[in-house]
Write a protein that binds this ligand. Structure first.
Ligand SMILES: Cc1ncc(C[n+]2csc(CCOP(=O)(O)OP(=O)(O)O)c2C)c(N)n1
Ligand SMILES: [Mg+2]
Length: 349
């Protein structure tokens, strides 16, 4: 990072930890893409190329803060202590999965980390973020809510109503948009008349900040300032972390069919992890040999956890679909369960 401006709060240990988290996410994403291609999980949505936006923003939060995520922020749950076992079990949807296989893979929910479960319809998490932030304000909590989204989400009604209400009510809410310049096959300029995401804040009387989303220090600085302001009653901010989706939208997508991959190659030169590695070597925080060693250790840890989680593969009993909705199961579900057992649809309950 030539000319990197390093926030004073980030000491050497913090920078090394950020590098570790970003490297681990890259290795995890690469491995999970292979695992999906081998038919072992049904779906995966990587954050490849966006790690600075994910971890730079997550680092700015306090434990009492809440996160309403979009698809690519699973790493924020991990950095807050969500166990890798749980992350992987959620992808497999097996008997170790806290959501009992009822969600698509990558739809992590980490209650202990104040990380709400992602819901697939884009931007629907933003009105939820408004609700959480309103609750925090009414209860005078020293907490902030972060609502994440992609660039495509900023064309949704839910985005606009959420910014409007957050601005009007001066909520402790930080909107973080990872602008990776694509909404599946639709490029940024193809889906909005706005010249940026950040400019959309103007209409809702809040600051709109565009930051280099591949510079982990810059993302941290922008989000930390917004979080501090929100916490002290200064109201919401919209942050646009400008980055690039280096791979496919998800495992269900092939970007070579609709975009010029020479542009992707050019963005690879701005790879956030390569930039942070160079910074660490240059500043003597970690030399190349130690970084290589760290990658090997991280990969071994991921492989070991993956093998353990996959080996525990046992399907969630079908009868569990009658559980968890009501504290006391109503008569009609009892009746349906009895029918399902009678016809042999569910067994062993
Ligand atoms: C309301 C709604 N419309 C369409 C879809 C299908 N869909 C899933 S992800 C996606 C694109 C999201 O793009 P963006 O918000 O930029 O996030 P990114 O995936 O690039 O991180 C679309 C259109 C959806 N999930 N929900
Ligand atoms: Mg996008």
């Amino acid at each position: 990072m030539a000319g990197a401006v390093v926030p004073s709060e980030l000491d050497a240990a913090a920078i090394r930890e950020l590098l570790r988290l970003m490297l681990r996410q890259r290795l995890l994403d690469d491995l999970m893409l292979t695992v999906q291609r081998q038919g072992r999980v049904g779906f995966y949505g990587p954050a490849t190329g966006q790690e600075a936006a994910v971890f730079g923003s997550g680092w700015a939060l306090e434990p009492q803060d809440w996160i309403l995520p979009a698809l690519r922020e699973g790493g924020v749950a991990l950095m807050r202590g969500y166990p890798l076992e749980d992350y992987l079990a959620q992808c497999f949807g097996n008997s170790l999965d806290a959501s009992k296989g009822r969600q698509m893979p990558c739809h992590y929910g980490a209650a202990e980390q104040n990380y709400a479960t992602l819901s697939s319809p884009i931007a629907t998490q933003l009105p939820h973020a408004v609700g959480v932030a309103l609750g925090m304000k009414v209860q005078h909590k020293s907490a902030v809510c972060v609502g994440y989204m992609g660039d495509g989400a900023t064309s949704e009604n839910d985005f606009h109503t959420s910014l409007d209400m957050a601005g009007r009510l001066n909520l402790p809410l930080v909107f973080v948009c990872q602008n990776n310049q694509w909404a599946i096959s639709v490029p940024f300029e193809g889906q909005t008349a706005s010249s940026s995401v950040a400019i959309k804040a103007v209409a809702y009387r809040m600051p709109g900040v565009r930051v280099d989303g591949n510079d982990v220090f810059a993302v941290y600085r922008a989000v930390k300032d917004a979080v501090d302001r929100a916490r002290s009653g200064g109201g919401p901010t919209l942050i646009e972390a400008l980055t690039y989706r280096m791979g496919a939208h998800s495992t269900s997508d092939d970007p070579s069919r609709y975009r010029d991959e020479s542009v992707t190659e050019a963005w690879k030169a701005k790879d956030p992890i390569a930039r942070l590695k160079r910074y660490c070597s240059r500043e003597g925080l970690m030399d190349e040999a130690s970084i290589d060693g760290l990658e090997k250790t991280l990969f071994a840890e991921i492989r070991e956890t993956l093998n353990r989680v996959e080996a525990a593969d046992a399907l969630v009993p079908l009868a569990s679909m009658f559980e968890d909705v009501f504290a006391d199961r109503p008569w009609f579900l009892d009746e349906q369960l009895a029918d399902a057992e009678r016809f042999g649809v569910v067994t062993g309950h």
